[in-house]
Design a protein. Structure first.
Ligand SMILES: C[S@@+](CC[C@H](N)C(=O)[O-])C[C@H]1O[C@@H](n2cnc3c(N)ncnc32)[C@H](O)[C@@H]1O
Length: 231
């Protein structure tokens, strides 16, 4: 059975299609092909390595959302090879404003890790050994980007405190109930009124639905597994 994907809200759909988005999606597709051609094997947890990037429909939703709300300060958790990062930065370039701070605790392929380094539910999203997180992000897009490496649980608080207030937050890092709940709660504190908290993989745990109820907001879906709340 296939789940129904709700259409994008009209205010967002009006930003699509867009040649800049199509160009970065083509670039991401080539990076994914390179990944597939050069990476094989599994993590030490036994899960096959994957590229792990956001799919086209999710990229379209995120791109249109950033085009519509024109955030100035954005924070993203979960970079890996850089698909969502490149999409967000492309939208910022088209907006002509905005700065993205991304946080990632990367897993590299063919690298031994002590048990417990990553949460037990993590699948195989990985960065090819020898490359850096976000390696696919084209150089011209990097002028609006800062990358912070480490666990969200350890870095996100200081990062948000340093920024003071943010307009947009995207969760796509550790999809455990604890980490999702932690990131939503913390990001919400720093989100300005009217700002947007978005999350990928909302169906992995009840954390997003619970958080939405707790703050009294109705989720707007960009995709069946991606939604956002407006503060
Ligand atoms: C699904 S991937 C992100 C995909 C990315 N958003 C994209 O579209 O290409 C999740 C990333 O979060 C990282 N990660 C896992 N646990 C983390 C944690 N506790 N804090 C920060 N990042 C984490 C993973 O290693 C991986 O790089």
């Amino acid at each position: 059975m296939t789940a129904t994907i709700p259409p994008l809200p009209p205010a967002l759909a009006r930003h699509l299609p867009d040649p800049a988005l199509e160009a970065i999606l083509a670039h991401i597709r080539r990076a994914e092909e390179e990944f597939a051609a050069t990476v094989a094997g599994t993590t030490s947890r036994g899960t096959p390595y994957t590229f792990g990037g956001v799919r086209r429909e999710i990229a379209e939703g995120l791109y249109a959302l950033v085009r519509e709300i024109r955030p100035r300060r954005l924070v993203e958790t979960g970079v890996c090879n850089g698909a969502s990062t490149a999409v967000l930065l492309t939208a910022l370039e088209r907006n002509g404003e905005g700065q993205l701070d991304s946080l990632d605790f990367p897993e590299y392929t063919d690298t031994p890790y002590a048990p417990g380094t990553f949460w037990e539910g993590k699948l195989g999203a990985a960065v090819p050994r020898g490359k850096s997180p976000g390696w696919l992000v084209p150089t011209p897009l990097r002028r609006r980007w800062r990358l912070h490496l480490g666990r969200s649980q350890e870095l996100l608080g200081d990062l948000l405190q340093g920024l003071g207030s943010i307009d947009f937050f995207l969760h796509d890092s550790e999809h455990s109930y604890q980490c999702q709940s932690f990131e939503y709660r913390l990001a919400w504190q720093y989100l300005r009124p009217g700002g947007v908290l978005a999350s990928d993989d909302i169906s992995w745990t009840p954390a997003f639905a619970e958080f939405a109820a707790r703050v009294g907001r109705t989720p707007v879906h960009l995709h069946r597994k991606v939604a956002y709340l407006v503060k």
